[in-house]
Ligand binder design. Structure first.
Ligand code: SAM
Length: 343
């Protein structure tokens, strides 16, 4: 069955159900092996690094799962200045990062002028680096302006490809259709585009995950970000169960098999629920990690979920230590842009 999925780059609902529920160790080992081999055939045994700059935790949205949702008044809000963002890039460049990811809540303070100015400044100073954006839903005109200012990639998880499920994770004012529209616009403009979802989010089912996989097949994103849902204590989902590492790892392999060239991070959330999570992810087909480059004194404020890791293995300044751990599993961190390689 795993060979068939690999060959056809497709999975049926029944096959998905089996792969997500089986306890057969041999099959699970084989699934991870095929995931890793598929990544290796395209990218080698390489892990690309992205320096994550969490530049604002203000957010106008109120997603039920997210710790920086607007109704959470326990968050100490912050915004980085352009100078602070540029000094994160300087530190990242010194360490060997060739991709900077500007991630934040949906913060209207960062209007198009401010954002374009920041993007252009980074690209002028570091023309050999890629800039990835990840700050939510905007108009097509705005996305086009960021692209024209020099941004290369955009990450916007679709969160779930099932409309009803989307409605259970978000307040009514947020629109399933608009999120999909954004992804289509980003692709259309020419961004290397990333979608994705949380694994084990409340109300998720094999049916909704199947739709997520079909969505990935349909839009052929250059990147897919998946990580376990982890509850945050000041959100409506504070008492929900966290997603599992094991399920996330299975899905990383499945996504690799149905969409081989995808850039696939072993996310911070995966590293947070299990100290060996990132290695497990890479050994199952992930090939990107995104260490934190944000200023040290803001990292604990970007608290999307409880106990979010931001030091040691998750910290850009510990790149040596990260490199050592990756080497131990037979992979190498590469200091390059790490662009998408189509087949
Ligand atoms: N605001 C931008 C957006 O909506 O795309 C980017 C920032 S948002 C905080 C980044 C991602 O964090 C979301 O797409 C979501 O999947 C993930 N996230 C939020 N809360 C989470 C939680 N409790 N557990 C795991 N992941 C979470």
């Amino acid at each position: 069955m795993i060979d068939k999925i690999e060959r056809e780059r497709d999975i049926t609902f029944e096959e998905l159900k089996i792969l997500l529920t089986t306890e057969d160790k041999k099959s699970l080992i084989y699934l991870a092996e095929r995931g890793a081999k598929t990544a290796e055939e395209i990218y080698g045994r390489k892990v690309f690094i992205r320096g994550l700059i969490e530049f604002t935790n203000y957010c106008r949205n109120d997603c039920y799962y997210c710790g920086i949702r607007r109704s959470n008044n326990r968050v100490q809000r912050y915004r980085l200045t352009k100078e602070q963002i540029l000094s994160c890039c300087a530190e990242g460049y010194r360490l060997g990062f060739y991709t900077f990811v500007l991630q934040g809540g949906e913060d209207p303070y960062f209007n198009d002028n401010r954002l374009c100015d920041i993007i252009a400044a980074i690209k002028t100073k570091y023309p050999d680096c890629a800039v990835t954006l990840s700050f939510g839903e905007r108009s097509k005109e705005s996305y086009q302006a960021y692209f024209d200012a020099g941004a290369d990639r955009y990450l916007l998880r679709h969160e779930t490809a099932d409309k009803e499920h989307y409605g259970k994770l978000h307040p009514a004012e947020m629109s399933f259709e608009n999120r999909r529209r954004c992804l289509m616009d980003l692709k259309d403009i020419g961004f290397q585009t990333g979608c994705g979802f949380m694994v084990g989010s409340p109300y998720q089912s094999v049916e909704t995950i199947y739709k997520d996989l079909q969505f990935i097949r349909e839009i052929q994103p250059e990147m897919v970000g998946i990580g376990p849902f982890i509850p945050q204590k000041d959100t409506p989902f504070c008492n929900e169960r966290a997603g599992a590492m094991d399920m996330t790892v299975r899905l990383l392999s499945i996504i690799r098999l149905i969409h081989p060239p995808v850039l696939l991070p072993a996310t911070t959330a995966l590293g947070t629920i299990d100290s060996y999570g990132r290695e497990r992810g890479i050994l199952a087909g992930a090939n990107v990690i995104m260490p934190n480059l944000s200023p040290l004194d803001t990292r604990d404020k970007y608290s999307l979920y409880d106990n979010k890791a931001f030091s040691g293995y998750e910290a850009a300044e510990c790149l040596e230590q990260i490199q050592e751990r990756i080497r131990k599993i037979g992979y190498e961190i590469v200091k390059e842009r790490g662009d998408f390689r189509g087949l």
